[in-house]
Structures are given as structure tokens and as C-alpha cells.
Design a protein around this ligand. Structure first.
Ligand SMILES: [Zn+2]
Length: 179
């Protein structure tokens, strides 16, 4: 666990009962997390501006968290390559348990031993947000403005060129053979 993370929850010092914490999520969260492959899949995230509100309920053996993430991530449009804002609004539960030998870490359960005092929420916040990112991000599908027309014209031209090239090449080759 990195102490440098901006998303540390100091569980031992939390008061019993209900409390809240707030974290501000920026692009930094996506840079330091996930496997190399996962990071490659999210290279198109330009920036992030998300508020994570965490509602905490602490008892002696268990801490329940309700994490609400609201804001936007800025991504590259899959069609015109211009920036595009994707709205993020989601909520997830997470549980932290103390010192149960019989308990194991699960998808939404973190088990701490007696010496651990802090939980890094970075990985959990990352997963909550990343599942909200559509597989395909393009302008105009959810009212996020229109695709860049100039870029679309260039891409269309390029596509046509590639297409023509592919069409002509085999014929030229055939002609060459006739000589
Ligand atoms: Zn676009």
C-alpha cells in the first residue's frame, strides 16, 4: 500500500458510528493503477474531475462504506478524436472487516489484520469509475456536442484513398504480369 496515495482512509482513527469523507479524483488515479494491459485500454482518458463522497458506518468489527462518484471524465472521441466529456454518476458498497482469520478478501470486502490501520481506496475507486466508461465513446450519442467536421472530412478522404489504393493495387500487379 502506497502512503503517497491521495485516497487513503485511516480506519482506526475513524469515529464509531456514521461519518463522511470526500475525495477528489483526477487523472492521476488512472495512471498508477491496473495492469499494463488495463492501462493501455484507458490511455484515451485525458482528464478526470470526479467527487467521491464516502458515507461511513463504523462498528467494532465492521466498517460499511457507500461510495458515490459524481463528475466527468474527458476522453478521446472514437470517431473524430476530439475530446469528449463522459458523465460519471454511480454508487457502490465496500466493507472493511477487522482481524477475522476466517474471513477472506472478496470483491467488496477488505479484511485488515491487527496491525493495519489504513486502507488505500484508489483501486476500488478506479474500478467503480472504469465500469462506467462506455466501451465506445463518440460525440452526439448522449448530447455531448458533435464530432469535429474538419476531422471527419479528413478521415473520410483518407478512408477513400486507402480503399482506392487497395482496389487498384491488385490490378496493377495483374497488368505487370501481362507484360
Ligand atoms: Zn467526435
Amino acid at each position: 500500500m502506497s502512503e503517497k496515495s491521495a485516497y487513503i482512509l485511516d480506519v482506526r482513527s475513524l469515529p464509531y458510528g456514521q461519518s463522511t469523507q470526500q475525495y477528489h479524483i483526477t487523472k492521476e488515479l488512472f495512471d498508477g493503477i491496473g495492469t499494463e494491459n488495463e492501462q493501455k485500454g484507458f490511455e484515451d482518458i485525458i482528464s478526470a474531475d470526479i467527487t467521491a463522497d464516502v458515507m461511513i458506518d463504523k462498528s467494532e468489527k465492521l466498517i460499511s462504506l457507500i461510495i458515490s462518484c459524481n463528475g466527468t471524465i474527458e476522453v478521446v472521441c472514437d470517431r473524430c478524436l476530439d475530446p469528449l466529456d463522459v458523465e460519471i454518476a454511480c454508487e457502490d458498497n465496500l466493507y472493511i472487516k477487522f482481524g477475522g482469520d476466517e474471513m477472506r478478501d472478496g470483491d467488496d470486502v477488505i479484511v485488515l489484520d491487527d496491525k493495519e490501520t489504513k486502507v488505500d481506496l484508489a483501486q476500488y475507486l478506479y474500478e467503480i469509475i472504469i465500469t462506467q466508461k462506455p466501451y465506445r465513446c463518440v460525440h452526439g450519442e448522449n448530447g455531448e456536442g458533435q464530432c469535429n467536421e474538419n476531422m471527419m472530412a479528413i478521415l473520410e478522404k483518407q478512408c477513400k484513398k486507402d480503399y482506392d489504393k487497395e482496389e487498384i493495387d491488385p490490378r496493377w500487379t495483374a497488368l505487370q504480369k501481362l507484360k
